[in-house]
Design a protein around this ligand. Sequence first.
Ligand SMILES: Cc1cc2nc3c(=O)[nH]c(=O)nc-3n(C[C@H](O)[C@H](O)[C@H](O)COP(=O)(O)O)c2cc1C
Length: 380
Amino acid sequence: MTTADDLLAPLTFPCGAVAPNRIAQAPMVVWASEPLSGHVTDADVEYFARRADVAGMIITGASFVNREGRAFLGGLGIDDATDMAGLRRLAAAIKSKGNLALVQLHHGGREAKCAYDELGYVLAPSAIDLPFLPYVPREMTEEQIASTVADFGRAAVRAVEAGFDGVEIHGANHYLLQQFFSAYSNRRTDAWGGDLERRMAFPLAVLDEVKRAVAQTGKKDFIVGYRMCPDEIHGENVGYDVTEAMVLAENVAAHGADYVHLSIFTGYDAVPAGHDASYGRLARKAVAGRCPVVIVSNVFTADDAVTALDHGDIVAIGREAHIDPDFATKLREGHADQIITTVAGGRFTELCLPDGVRTSYTTDPWRHILQPMPGIEAYL
Ligand SMILES: Cc1cc2nc3c(=O)[nH]c(=O)nc-3n(C[C@H](O)[C@H](O)[C@H](O)COP(=O)(O)O)c2cc1C
């Protein structure tokens, strides 16, 4: 039977890095970086310093790898070397309690609304007029594909130089990498679109390039994780099903990823339609022991986290990392019963949550896109 001790056991990644426990802070945009440059601010550092012991592995929110990928006003930038001091400060704050610090490498593709405001266009695998977007994205040229892949590699090298322990490639949540993998948003007929293998080509090219660029730095135990949605089905719009997603997971593991992180919104134990095992268990089967699987969604208590460990090797907490920054500390010190699961009671003020995070829970559009924050009613 899985117990809290299993959650607290260290985990060694394929690259050799060791996480002190099996709890991760899920990537969440902090909306506190300098709005245009994405440079690190004091609010970024304070937010992460307060959460330095929330988990054994802490992943930053989506961080843009180039200007065309910028999706969030106040999102972190790792697109150039003009803020290495800020990135170093951020990595040091996250690592200050001995836990691992990872940056999530991101390109918004068609969803890069800040890029649209700045540049007047956005890039995507195909130029499709979608009802929920106020513009039609441009289809990426061969050169743009090559330079974007290279930008992911350069961003990973900056993460190494800034002192991070790893990067997570953001291949989930309908952003650029998922747009390439999805048959709904990728209508290309060249080497980057079409059958399953061609739709995997861009995500795998990014992973290969990040691994190559990191290897060139000489850094040996640097984690390269990959986040993906385990299916993309919205009514009649089927981008890919779980069977195809598991082929991607298998390939991501075979290409040397240090973990596969499933971005799930329907519960850590959710079972896809027509299957008899949870997404996490299917992913574990797909990666076949080559790397750990990170599972997320609706983990708020110690019991949730222990149960979730039956579906993955590492349990990520998103909203709960905002609610109780001492989640892992309390588990380790035997105070699991003191873990707090709501922001009600005026707690928002004590949590070091920048305004952007607070308004994301209370104000549209994010209020209706993100999962609701427990106890938020008191602030509406
Ligand atoms: C405020 C907020 C910001 C988020 N930003 C990101 C992000 O930058 N990258 C990402 O992959 N997922 C992002 N997510 C999704 C979370 O990583 C996580 O998958 C989701 O919240 C489900 O986990 P939970 O039920 O523990 O909250 C965000 C979620 C929230 C609540």
